[in-house]
Design a protein around this ligand. Sequence first.
Ligand SMILES: [Zn+2]
Length: 200
Amino acid sequence: MINADLHIHTIYSADAVIQPKTLIDLLVSHSFIKVAAVTDHDSVRGCRATIELASAYPDILIIPGVEISTTRGDVLVLGTDELPPKPWTPEVVVDFAKSIDGVSVAAHPFRMYGLGKNAFNYKLDAIEVQNGGSSSDANAQAKILARSLGLPGTAGSDAHNISELFSVFNKVNASLNVDSILQSIKKGQVTAQVTRGTKH
Ligand SMILES: [Zn+2]
């Protein structure tokens, strides 16, 4: 079983202050979360930099990813260190995720910049049902959305600073490699967990 935080920002997001090296140090020292997806806003520079630094630590794993500001709301793509082609509509981004065998996730659907019920219109792979920066009400709505769509629910701290890291995590029935984790998420072998409660 893998414990993973699937939504983290680094200094490569304009609004975040987490250094890649700090994230790695905190993963190395964390008692049970050893996997993190680096998903900067519209940039893959953060995941590339973090993966390069993480290669020296065999016990941790960084999943490459990005949070794309699509025309209808934020969509996470897990499993890529390349940006999707433009225009960044939800359809283009979701299709890109499929083409690379990655995972598309509606990020915080019921918060600002979320897809909301527009998520019904796209062939997403998962819904973020536990976002560390969302209210419990918004997360509850996201759970209902995931259930209505029959999609797996994921968790992400959406950390922009160190104190927000690992507030939530996923238990994934997978081994410690990116493909195994992504395939298990798509099969629904993932459960969203809360480490210490969300912000609000
Ligand atoms: Zn985010």
